[in-house]
Design a protein around this ligand. Structure first.
Ligand SMILES: [Zn+2]
Ligand SMILES: [Zn+2]
Length: 273
């Protein structure tokens, strides 16, 4: 079993457990590494200095037992200078900047997606998803992120709404273009179990066609539970490992502090998990 997670939310943003409770759960699960990734985005932004202090204290408390990392889930349209000292950055696209008074979320409700499509894309869902992937393609240039979060989040509500055929060339083409560009920049992608864990979607992010393409482009992966509660800290890891192997991957990346205290990326063979 994979004994690390880097996409972890707490009560300091929109999670339901404290950082301390998440760390206790990680130890219970036999984790070696736990990365916190509080949200910094137009809707949810934390008291950053308080977060730094709280996670720093946990890192000290668990020294030698659990490697605690302080990351951030930074949104593509948010201020990239908002989180000094973050040890890693998840680059996530939750919003579209469509000229509305505030950026509009693709991650809040089917109703808000409907409004976004109708009012800003004339009801053309493919135009909406294309705009999303055009923004997604720039996530590394904007944020210099450590890895890309939930690459195809734009389809979060597609299971219920069926607004696009996620297997069609028309939908996939701009996604693949963005993916190839990001792989060329050397940034890994997460395999995100959050939506599957919470019963929101049948498929992981990225869905199988995209995960297979990621492998074929030569991309690298991390596996994340995107946990908002302690019970789901390792939720979906078995499914993610199986999907990654099915798509041709042999290794998963993990983040760890080295002897000097710097964060490095290491590779773990998937068939040992
Ligand atoms: Zn997210
Ligand atoms: Zn998240």
């Amino acid at each position: 079993m994979l004994r690390a997670n880097y996409h972890t939310h707490t009560v300091l943003c929109d999670g339901s457990d404290t950082p301390e409770a998440m760390a206790e759960q990680a130890v219970r699960l036999g984790f070696e590494h736990l990365g916190f990734s509080g949200h910094m985005d137009p809707d949810i932004h934390m008291d950053w200095p308080a977060y730094v202090e709280r996670i720093g204290a946990l890192r000290e408390r668990y020294a030698g037992v659990l490697d605690v990392l302080m990351g951030v889930e930074l949104d593509n349209v948010y201020d990239p200078t908002c989180c000094p000292g973050a040890e890693y950055v998840i680059g996530s696209t939750h919003f579209l900047d469509v000229g509305s008074p505030e950026p509009l979320s693709v991650d809040s409700s089917p109703e808000s997606m409907e409004t976004l499509a109708r009012e800003y894309f004339g009801g053309d869902w493919l135009a909406l998803t294309r705009a999303y992937y055009e923004l997604e393609a720039r996530v590394y240039d904007r944020l210099h992120c450590t890895f890309v979060g939930h690459f195809d989040l734009v389809c979060r509500f597609n299971d219920q709404m069926r607004f696009v055929d996620e297997t069609s060339a028309a939908y996939l083409a701009p996604a693949l273009e963005a993916m190839e560009y990001l792989v060329g920049e050397g940034v890994p992608f997460e395999v995100n179990c959050g939506a599957v864990n919470r019963g929101r979607k049948r498929e992981l992010y990225p869905r199988p066609e995209l995960l297979r393409a990621l492998h074929d482009f030569g991309g690298q992966i991390l596996i994340s539970s995107d946990a908002h509660q302690r019970e789901l800290l390792d939720g979906g890891f078995d499914v993610a490992v199986r999907s990654a192997i099915d798509c041709g991957f042999t290794e998963v990346s993990i983040l760890a502090h080295d002897a000097t205290g710097a964060v490095e990326m290491r590779q773990v063979a998937l068939d040992t998990l």
